[in-house]
Design a protein around this ligand. Structure first.
Ligand code: ADP
Length: 301
């Protein structure tokens, strides 16, 4: 993909992050469309979520972001058609966030216009009895995208080192071993032709409060409100620590984690859409060769 792992000039500490202008390749030496803000976790370095400003907007405004998002969506749609036709490789897009972090809204905004036949979205909830009877990766592996497909995970195998850790659902040595198991799983998928893009939608605690209050205040949003979210909110710090360790341990060269400043929904959508479009562009899917003699074939009356 075209993200460059560049040390931030402002990075005083131990360079735990690299900024990636989630945009197209530079033309004429500079990148007119570069949008700072998508933070790629550097493999092998401890990552501190506090380094990312959740309210970042890249100096853009909402009005300018609209057409830019439409352009990124058009690129995704055109490239998806090629990926589907090529039928050789696949793209897996993973979304993780704290409650109200915006996974659903991002998926709706970014994949609008994509041919539904070539894209599947899988939400992962509390495991069923059958799922819980298997190894933790079983249910995720069953939903990975086949050739030509884009697969979207709304929550993912990372829950097994996030909620499972915070709620103490298995002993620590069991969830600790999972970082390596996840890396091996993702390496196997990558080697099998699946490109993996992982986004952590990063909101502040104050923003979560506002979003929960909006759900309470708006009757049309009541269905989204779950009193359990208030209980989870009490574990905010434990979740942040769990996210930071998962991002640190499972950002690999072939499947790095991207942290998206997500307090501003329009900026979040634009960053994610551009990163997906750039990734598909770098994959460079091609239409298959036509059978000889197609052009000029006459269809009998
Ligand atoms: P969402 O918040 O994703 O829109 P829900 O409100 O139904 O959907 O929440 C799904 C719940 O499932 C979350 O509380 C999440 O922590 C839980 N969950 C997901 N995966 C697992 C897992 N592997 N083990 C335990 N709980 C899980």
């Amino acid at each position: 993909m075209s993200h460059k792992h560049i040390k931030r000039a402002s990075d005083k500490s131990d360079a735990t992050v690299a900024e990636a202008g989630a945009s197209r390749k530079p033309r004429g030496g500079r990148n007119p469309d570069a949008i700072p803000g998508l933070v790629t976790v550097v493999p092998g370095r401890a990552f501190d979520l506090a380094e990312v400003d959740t309210r970042a907007d890249g100096g853009l405004d909402k009005a300018a972001a609209g057409p830019a998002l439409a352009e990124a969506r058009a690129r995704i749609a055109a490239l998806q058609e090629r990926l589907y036709a090529e039928h050789r490789r696949s793209l897996l897009v993973v979304f993780q966030a704290i409650d109200t972090g915006g996974k659903d809204g991002t998926i709706r905004a970014v994949f609008e216009g994509v041919n539904p036949q070539g894209c599947r979205v899988w939400p992962f909830k509390v495991p069923s009895a059958e799922e819980a009877d298997h190894d933790f990766l079983w249910r995720y592996h069953a939903k990975t995208p086949g050739r030509g497909m884009i697969g979207v995970f709304n929550r993912s195998h990372y829950e097994d080192v996030l909620v499972v850790r915070v709620k103490d659902l298995v002993p620590e040595p069991v969830w600790r071993a999972r970082y390596d198991q996840i890396n091996a799983f993702e390496a196997m998928l990558t080697a099998s032709g699946t490109t993996i893009l992982k986004f952590f939608l990063h909101i502040s605690k104050a923003e979560q409060k506002e979003r929960l209050e909006a759900r309470i205040a708006t009757p049309e949003k009541h269905w989204k409100f779950d009193a359990a979210d208030l209980v989870e909110r009490e574990s905010w710090d434990a979740y942040q620590a769990a996210f930071a360790e998962a991002l640190t341990r499972c950002s690999t060269p072939q499947a790095p984690w991207h942290v998206v400043p997500a307090d501003r929904k329009w900026y979040r959508n634009l960053l994610v859409a551009r990163a997906i479009a750039d990734t598909l562009e770098a994959m460079d899917p091609r239409f298959p060769e036509a059978q000889p003699g197609v052009a000029g074939t006459i269809v009998p009356g």
